[in-house]
Design a protein. Sequence first.
Length: 257
Amino acid sequence: MNYEILKMEAADGVAVVTVSRPQALNALNTRFFQEMDSLLGEIAERDEIKVVVLTGEGKAFVAGADIAEMVHKTQSEGQAFSIMGQKTFRGLEFLEKPVIAAINGFALGGGLELALACDLRIASAKAKFGQPEVNLGLIPGYAATQRLPRLIGLGNAFFLLMTGEMVGAEDALRMGLVQKVVEPEQLLPTVLALAKTIAAKGPKAVKLVKHVVRVGSLMDFESGCALESEKFGSLFENEGAEGMRAFLEKRAPKWTA
């Protein structure tokens, strides 16, 4: 696919994907979802990519969905636009490889929903977060009503969803919306260092951590524990065996993809 909105650079096991539509504050449109679907398929096939970093170009991570595209949609077209976005973000959420959001600026509406579909979120001290859909007489369409309460609790989720207010990076950290806040110039170096740390771990183990947490969160506790035991055991005759031998022999493990 010819990418117009998304840019990707890959090195040292880490792919940096940049949403590049700065003139529209990286607003999400149909083209974005088409490109992200295609790029996720490409990333899934490239074994040398261990971790994905997602960020935005300019002063926004993503400032929301493209209102200029949405304003003329009918009820059924609006529902289809929501379903399309949910499908793409579900693909991101269940990509085998860890995804870290490097939130450099505004993460509003669909932009915050994009960040919520990532596994980890690191924010610039200048980042701003919010779900302002109620200001437009709308509600979120890309699963913020489902992901936010699970991530930050009902009270914090209702606050963001019902008031439409923006919060700063420190408040986002307090809520558990992001894992770390750094100065703007340190954002990408910090996230790349984190990505390389994860990329150096057992690749099968990292994939299974994501799988068991994501799938297990949709199960009851006992079923989740059973899934964990199954996947735990599955590593004993391959990657786990190498890791344990390396530990006992006091050497670095030799991972295979």
